[in-house]
Design a protein around this ligand. Structure first.
Ligand code: BES
Ligand code: MN
Ligand code: MN
Length: 462
């Protein structure tokens, strides 16, 4: 694979312009107004797979957005890598905070990316990272260096909780048969210290409605005599955590797997500066569960967060009103041992129990997903480690992430295969936020590292 760097260097402008074409399509799965753009993106991904040398491409129908499939089977005796990624993106809001339009990709330099970063919604999560795999594959095809079989499975509903994927995977277990799943949809510590994601948190996402009087009321005529649903909702929410920032839902921590002090000590070795962390977010102090470090709080510990809260009058000026309803979206990140369905039920009954008689409460559950942890003694991890060692000249650190990719646990259960999470994004890349970007260095480094994973995984599988 000695031509790798040269090939990438020669082709990088084309790689970037092809990625730009993908980033120009606003494939927002959450908003039906973008329905056609999501479908167009699936078609473009299919074309790109074909162009790179895939066979048997298909835009596979599902009850929701299609899954794009493509493969290259060179020898059924050889191992098969299944590449998973997603072509859908998060909504761009709040659009006013973008310094350039979210679907008009542009390269700008930043302090962390002096060689330039691609700014666009989806640049890092996950179009840019998914596209690295297509280009790494193109390189291997063009140079006759594909050492094993490959299957691509790129979905269009990840950002809305992959509602159709379970169906798709169960429907196509034979077609998706593989020896390892390879995913680039996470991050790493920094450009000089790569890391391999060994865990993802699970998720339980709830929505609550508190209803008081049957209509909005004059807050002078009724104020003080009738329950205000927003006041009540905020009181209820404040009871979900205690002064140690522990979640108060009875049974919430019952099955949480605790790490040994050796494992925690090992974790603490990863380079981390609390000062840089605070400065990057412009906060004076961090906050979280008593007894745990920042890196533990955002990876090995479960959490509860309000994602949105609304109700009453939020227009210009002042309107004196007691609203009839108040709403909130509340998510919980889960860790190994916790079952998202059970946690949703525990939340639901506890939240309802917090309501005074003066209001009624409705709790509904959105998507959920199971947490995932992968061992580092597997050949998949070892192959990834060797690949990074070669391209970064340093050993990658295993790190559990706080984010969620719920289908990873599903893959393990349905396809019986492990996932290797080779993410090349950085926390500062602002995924899901305004001004999302992906370093050009990271994009090209990913394309350079992926073929080595193929090589070492094939070698180690023998
Ligand atoms: N790629 C992210 C998950 C991620 C990012 C994991 C960085 C680790 C590091 C994925 O697209 C995502 O946003 N997942 C959602 C969950 C999903 C069910 C909407 C999340 O984590 O909020
Ligand atoms: Mn993603
Ligand atoms: Mn995402």
């Amino acid at each position: 694979m000695k031509n790798r760097k040269q090939y990438i260097d020669n082709q990088k402008d084309r790689f970037i312009s092809e990625l730009f074409d993908l980033l120009k399509l606003p494939s927002i799965s959450a908003d039906t107004a973008y329905n056609q753009d999501v479908l167009d993106t699936a078609e473009l991904v299919k074309k790109q797979l074909e162009k790179a040398g895939c066979e048997n491409m298909e835009v596979c129908e599902t009850p929701g957005y299609p899954v794009v499939y493509g493969e290259k089977i060179i020898d059924t005796q050889l191992p098969t890598i299944l590449v998973y990624g997603h072509y859908d993106v998060q909504p761009a809001d709040p659009i006013g905070l973008w310094t350039s339009p979210p679907f008009d990709p542009i390269i700008k330099t930043t302090e962390i990316h002096p060689e330039g970063a691609i700014f666009a919604r989806g640049a890092c999560d996950d179009k840019g990272q998914m596209f690295m795999h297509i280009k790494a594959f193109e390189y291997m095809i063009q140079n006759n260096e594909l050492p094993c079989n490959v299957k691509f499975m790129i979905e269009g509903e990840e950002e809305i909780g992959s509602p159709s994927l379970e169906w798709f995977v169960k429907e196509h277990t034979d077609k998706l048969k593989n020896d390892i799943i390879l995913i680039s949809d996470t991050g790493m510590i920094s450009n000089s210290q790569p890391s391999i994601t060994t865990g993802l948190r699970g998720l339980s996402y709830m929505e609550v409605t508190v209803t008081g009087p049957n209509r909005d009321l004059h807050s002078g005529l009724y104020g003080g005599a009738v329950a205000n649903p927003i006041n009540i909702l905020t009181q209820m929410i404040s009871k979900l955590q205690d002064s140690d920032n522990k979640i108060t839902i009875p049974g919430f921590y019952n099955n949480v797997e605790e790490l040994s002090s050796e494992e925690r000590q090992e974790m603490a070795k990863a380079p981390f500066s609390l000062n840089d962390y605070k400065n990057a977010l412009e906060i004076k102090e961090v906050q979280g569960e008593t007894g745990y470090t920042t890196n533990e709080r955002n990876s090995i510990r479960p959490t509860l967060d309000v994602n949105g809260i609304w109700g009453g009058y939020i227009g210009e000026g002042a309107k004196t009103v007691i609203p009839s309803e108040a709403h909130a979206k509340i998510s919980m990140r889960l860790v190994p041992g916790q079952d998202h369905e059970q946690i949703s039920e525990l939340f639901s009954s506890y939240f309802k129990s917090l309501a005074p008689k003066s209001v009624s409460v409705k709790v509904t559950s959105h998507h959920g997903g199971h947490p995932y942890v992968t061992p580092i003694d597997s050949i998949g991890y070892q192959a990834a480690k060797k690949a990074y060692q070669e391209t970064f000249n340093t050993t990658p650190i295993p790190q559990r992430s706080g984010g969620s990719i719920p289908i990873v646990a599903l893959f393990e259960n349905e396809l019986n295969s492990k996932s290797i999470l080779m993410g090349f994004g950085l926390d500062s890349d602002a995924i899901h936020s305004p001004n999302e970007h992906f370093g050009v260095f990271n994009f090209l480094k990913g394309i350079e590292t992926i073929p080595l994973f193929y090589k070492y995984f094939t070698e180690l599988s023998r």
